[in-house]
Design a protein around this ligand. Structure first.
Ligand code: PLP
Length: 427
């Protein structure tokens, strides 16, 4: 029992609806594959750090003892050397890519740098990068850095609320745009682009597109090849449950790979790393975007998450994600809107990713109170946003229901007031 437990829930609150939806859920069996230390703790932050797949523990034990401990350097040849390409190939169908188009490497920030630099390397006189202010801060910083390094500029289009920035982006795209780079699903509002339409719009003026799939990969179908997308990057530690700091992925469409050059020509991207040539010669295909030695412990830890998403099926995952966010929004309307929470995510499920954002003038103390006494973990994004990430592999409709009741209980009793002064580094 927690301080704000509301006890048994009357049907009028949507409790029986939640139970019915969960009973009909074809993915309900996946939850037990995840480490859930305390079933009373409602984790709604899988869009920031996914839960731990239980299969990771024995796999890491074997890796550390057998492959590192016993195998030592022999394990590079026997197990490790090709893993980042092999795992990239397994991830590829989840984002609509083909084998040989996806590489696991570095972080999302570094991959974004590599591909944006590579894109500007072949655009000749075009020097203007276009993005919008709903993009993730690291993307804005990296893109500005690339623009400055290449003697160009960054255009940051202002977005309005959780609506579509498409018309505003169209207005600034022209023959001087070297690159359009956007988050496919925006980290604050959860607005999700139609990748095909947006890519076509940019291609009309000859501008390539670099998508950041961090908040889409593993939770909704993404059709990179079919939409004609040029390049993409993304995290594996969010809905792909790869673990804290798990290496990221990058995608380069097959027919672009030849012409693009990596701005970090490390030895792992060399055609023959073990020739120890003094001159760099890029590897064929996607491998040229390697930099240096992969973090094998983290790389191996991400396999279980990708397997689960593949087995569950991205369409079934998306269907449950939509069901969870719809249910959350219905519950918000009934129980939280009257308490000053407003919806900061699109109402149209087609245009919504897998998190729902609510704004509230006291969002920060409410977030702290939820975590400290409410046994609900959302996250807080300044200045007034509470994000609720709904991860279809382990979250349930009943958790949504309970979370909403706990939020209601905290706000109506004023239990959050005493958390107003707190400061934390990671929110
Ligand atoms: C989470 C996230 C990142 C994080 O980048 P790292 O380099 O892994 O820290 C980048 N972009 C977007 C859109 C994100 O959501």
């Amino acid at each position: 029992m927690t301080e704000c437990d509301v006890g048994p829930f009357p049907d009028a609150n949507g409790f029986s609806e939640a139970v019915t939806l969960d009973e009909a859920d074809p993915l309900s069996g996946f939850r037990e594959r995840y480490h859930v230390a305390d079933p009373d703790l409602i984790y709604l932050d899988g869009n920031s750090l996914g839960r731990l797949p239980r299969a990771v523990l024995p796999r890491l034990q074997a890796l550390v003892v057998d492959e590192w401990g016993n195998g030592l350097i022999r394990s590079w040849n026997e197990r490790w050397w090709n893993l980042q390409v092999a795992i990239g190939d397994r991830l590829a169908p989840l984002i609509g890519a083909s084998p040989g188009e996806v590489l696991i490497s570095d972080s999302t920030s570094v991959n974004l740098y590599k591909l944006a630099m590579a894109a500007l390397g072949i655009t000749e006189s075009r020097r203007r990068i276009v993005t919008d202010d709903a993009n993730f801060p690291t993307d804005l910083y990296v893109l500005r850095g690339v623009a400055e390094a290449m003697g160009g500029s960054l255009d940051v289009v202002a977005t309005k609320g959780s609506g579509s920035p498409m018309a505003d982006l169209e207005a600034v795209l022209d023959e001087s745009s070297a690159l359009l780079s956007l988050s496919s699903t925006e980290f604050k509002s959860g607005y999700t682009h139609d990748i095909g339409e947006m890519t076509a719009l940019a291609h009309r003026v000859g501008t390539p597109v670099l998508w950041d799939l961090s908040h889409s990969a593993g939770v909704m179908p993404v059709e990179l090849d079919a939409s004609g997308a040029d390049m993409a990057v993304g995290c594996t530690y969010k809905y792909l449950n790869g673990g804290p700091g798990a290496p990221a992925f990058l995608y380069v469409r097959q027919d672009l790979q030849e012409s693009l050059a990596s701005p970090i020509p490390g030895w792992w991207g060399h055609a023959e790393p073990f020739a120890f040539d003094l001159d760099y010669r890029p590897a064929d295909g996607i491998r040229k975007f390697h930099t240096g030695t992969m973090p094998i412990l983290s790389l191996v830890a991400m396999e279980a998450g990708i397997s689960d998403v593949t087995e569950a099926g991205i369409d079934r995952i998306r269907a449950k994600s939509v069901s969870l966010t719809k249910f959350f929004i219905r519950q918000w309307e009934e129980h939280l809107a009257p308490l000053g929470f407003s919806l900061a995510s699109p109402l149209d499920p087609e245009r919504r990713g897998s998190h729902v954002s609510l704004s509230h003038s006291e969002a920060w103390p409410i977030d702290r109170a939820l975590i400290e006494i409410g046994m609900v973990i959302p996250d807080f994004r300044a200045p007034d946003n509470l994000r609720f990430g709904l991860a279809p592999l382990y979250n349930t409709h009943l958790e949504v229901h309970t979370a909403v009741q706990r939020i209601r209980s905290i706000v109506t009793t004023g239990a959050h007031a005493r958390f107003a002064g707190e400061k934390l580094t990671v929110t």
